[in-house]
Design a protein around this ligand. Structure first.
Ligand SMILES: [Zn+2]
Length: 150
């Protein structure tokens, strides 16, 4: 990489790492700037490491950066699973059963729903909540709450 110094000069630097950050410049680069350091025994080459943005850097042709350690921001959290599945009852037209998505009766098809949709589905004629899983225990009280008892 070539680093542009504040005065406009450019120097070849070593890219040590890159890190994704929030803000207008999504990447920070840890570069090693060559310099000198005076020691009791004399002067020797040294490297100063600093974080810069892509504004200060120019890629150098032929330099492979794929091995540079790269730290990305964590992605958006995965969407929670819908949680509920409504399945038609075989042989009973219009009858449905709502299951917890993890219920063994929910395997093999059906429509995945969020909790509010599952409560709505239970309010339809011919719908009931499965009693083998959490559907009855969780959704029926929610349904009763939604109907505003009292
Ligand atoms: Zn079930």
């Amino acid at each position: 990489m070539a680093l542009t110094l504040p005065g406009g000069q450019t120097v070849r630097v070593r890219l040590h790492a890159r890190q994704e950050v929030t803000g207008p410049h999504p990447w920070r680069y840890l570069v090693g700037v060559p310099s000198w350091v005076a020691r009791p025994e004399g002067v020797e080459a040294a490297e100063y490491t600093v974080w810069v943005t892509d504004r200060q850097l120019t890629p150098v042709e032929g330099v492979d950066l794929s091995g540079v350690p790269t730290r990305r921001l964590p992605g958006p959290p995965p969407q929670p699973a819908p949680g509920w599945v409504v399945r038609p009852v075989p042989g009973h037209r219009g009858r449905t059963v709502v299951h917890d998505a993890a219920c063994r009766h929910a395997a093999g098809g059906g429509t995945e729903l969020g909790t509010q949709e599952a409560v709505d589905a239970l309010m339809r004629d011919g719908a009931r909540a499965c009693t083998d899983c959490d559907a009855a225990a969780v959704l029926v009280p929610a349904l009763e709450l939604g109907q505003g008892h009292g």
